[in-house]
Design a protein. Sequence first.
Length: 673
Amino acid sequence: MRQLTYIILFLLGATAYSQDMSAGFTLLETGKYEEAKTFFGEVLEDYPDNKTARLCYGRALGLSGESGKARTLFTNLKADYPTDFEVGLNYAESLLWDSDFGAAKDFYETLVAKDSTSFSALLGYANTLSNLKEYDAAITYVNKALTVQPGNANAAGSKKFMRLGKANQLTTAFQYDAAIQLLKSALEDMPNDEQIISALANTYIAKKDYDNANTMYNQLSDTLTSQVGKSLVAHLQKDDKLALTLAQESIAFAKADTTKIITANERYIQALIWNGKYATARTAIEDLKSTFPTNARVAALKATLGMYTGTFKKSIEVYNGILEKDSASFDGNLGIANAYRAQGNLDEAYAFAKNTLTFYPNQKDATGLMKTIESSLAPVIETRAAYTEDNGDNQAYSAGLTATLPFTSRFKAIFSYNYRTTENMTTNTMAYNTNASLGAHYRVINNTWLEGTLGFVKADSDANEYTDVNGSIFVKSRPFPLQFLEVGYSRTLQDFNAALLDEKIFMNNYSLNYNMGTNINLGWYTGLMHTQQTDGNSRNLLFTSLYYNFTKKPTLKGGINYQYVGFKDQVPTLYFSPSKYQAVELFLDLTGQAGKWSYAGNAAGGLQVVEDDEATTLFRVEARVQYAISSRFQMGAYGKYSNIASATAAGFEFMEVGLKLRWQVLEKGIIKM
């Protein structure tokens, strides 16, 4: 478009001074705008009213970045030549330079109305509409311009960017197929265009069509873009080792270009993080930071590492630093939103996710985070039913309901109701018990919660009927990165079978549970419990587990468990109460998801010793499967088996199967975020 305008100006300048100004026209056409500005400024000193010199000087001003001065000059020129069409074209373009797209649209409409065959007017109007993101109309008018001048390179280039903009608009609206079709049409017009191919790859990624995304990346001649793109696809396909290999290879293609060096190293460091190589990633970040100390993308990598290693507070500090320099930063806004959510601060997380959308409307990750937070604050009802039996001829049926109602992001109320009936088929004894309680969870600060319940238990057996209180109070916290602490008290009824219900034995449990995770996939869990019983007996329990995380998706971990139980008094005729019980077992734990299905399984086996008796084998297994009927309704089933002696007696076998339903009553919470 610019070349055409220069030709028009040359024709307009066919005056007594045109030969003298030919050198200035050359400066404009070759992009030497500062020199052109000086040249035509000098001409205007001698000939201040020369229209051609004024036009050229105004263009030199606008194209060198002084859009305000250019607009003023062309406004004055239009006042002097109100009916001059070419002056009007330049005035309209000055509005574009000054980013006043609304005014430019209005004025271009008048120009197109005057001459609907003017290539410059049609293309200028199309570009104005494109800047206003009115892509459908923009494409219509750029096609009209191409009808006037078929094959014009400037118009063809503008049409490409209009299609890219429209495709991005469709992708943002989750209309992936329409976006892909539009980009394929653009690629037919411009075969092998790198920007269109990259846009197609990104759209396929958004659609989760990773095979076609890889196909697009393989068509790129830009090897660096191809490599980092395929590395991302490998990560999304859960092949992080391949992602790291591709990312490492990309560094060789970065050469001496700053942007390319950062792009290659950025993907390499991300791949290191995906693979859990945090120490190597930290070193790579520091090396990159020493070369590019103020680069926001390098800072974002440091924050990302903090997210993976559990140092959320440090990540928030880094993201705040990014936002201080650029309040519209995508990495800064969405990154800090995720960091606040991980820290447990849902109000701040939601606010920054919402702020992300002010700069990036309908952005998928930001809208997804907001919906996740809204769902977490919605009222939920969970129901369960189970059947239990053991080799002591005890059978039990139970059913329960739990309703959760968040009132704020920090406070939620919980109602729980359970009913259980148990019968011994040998002695024909039967008992029933009902539990009902009200509870409250309050987030004191970040990921520190105070949780309490208070309710009653009502039991009815062959020889006894009673009602009493039960309840609990716990403090749950993450005191350090990757660590979890729980301290609390609970009062519960011994209700395993009819005989125990008849005895009315309540247990006052004082517990401490601590889990210590690491960044090298090792973890250590320890649980301590001291129990004072209403029958005068007491119990001490220790459970500790050293485990290793083998894989992330699905999550597979395994390790070794040790358990110790000791009772003050031994009452074997009533319940399992050895002075010393020990067990050692190896275990594997698997959790994962496949589409709408989620699953979990746990198996453990080892040896157990009661008092000083001979060791016997123990085995336990548990499995769970759940199906999401909708985003708000899930149905699941589970089963478990155990022969661990600490349940009631040596030689004991226990089996349970059950069903669970979860219903999120509302799409979002009753509170406004």
